[in-house]
Design a binder for this molecule. Structure first.
Ligand code: IMP
Ligand code: MG
Length: 175
């Protein structure tokens, strides 16, 4: 088992999630967005985020596969679940744990656009600085910009482990 190094403490994460919720609350005042979370990784982030929001929001899930159980992207995206809620004319906010290459989120935006939602925005807790510099990828709400190294905890896994850790760690030897 590889050792873990603390990257983001739960307190820092909590403060940032609350700040993101304040931005979303202000931007969507008078509207009822659908928060579309990408399973499984975003489940903790979503749960914390929605409890700081005061909007009459709805929640929906999709499950994508792009990773399998290893730490390398397969380069292909597959929709494993949902969405079931009709999204036509809705304000959709995609909630992601981490944007690494940006492949999954680009694929998802493309997929959702076929349902003609009113708006689509992306909210990601973590974004790699390499993806941030990609002009084809627009991330509207970013929790933290991070560098290289595989991260786990706060919903994020490595081979399905570590999702329940309250803080975020870098797996040593992956940077
Ligand atoms: P992307 O398509 O390369 O942006 O990767 C998207 C998905 O891969 C994320 O939503 C995560 O589920 C997973 N992923 C990418 N990097 C990490 C990581 O460092 N830790 C855990 N999961 C990751
Ligand atoms: Mg994910």
């Amino acid at each position: 088992m590889q050792p873990l190094r603390l990257l983001l403490h739960r307190q820092e994460i909590g403060q940032r999630v609350e700040a993101l919720a304040q931005c979303i609350d202000a931007d969507y005042r008078g509207r009822a967005p659908v928060l579309l979370a990408v399973l499984k990784g975003a489940f903790v982030f979503l749960a914390d985020l929605v409890r700081h929001l005061h909007l009459p929001l709805e929640i929906e899930f999709v499950r994508l596969a792009s990773y399998g159980t290893r730490t390398q992207t397969s380069g292909q995206v597959e929709l494993l679940l949902g969405p079931r809620l009709p999204l036509t004319g809705r304000d959709v906010i995609i909630v992601e744990d981490i944007i690494d290459t940006g492949l999954s989120v680009r694929w998802l935006v493309d997929y959702l656009e076929r349902q003609r939602p009113a708006t689509i925005r992306v909210c990601a807790l973590l974004v790699r600085s390499t993806a941030r510099s990609d002009p084809a990828l627009r991330v509207d709400y970013v929790g933290f910009e991070i560098g290289q190294g595989f991260v786990v905890g706060y919903g994020l896994d490595m081979g399905e482990k570590y999702r329940s850790l309250p803080d975020i760690y870098v797996v040593e030897g992956t940077a």
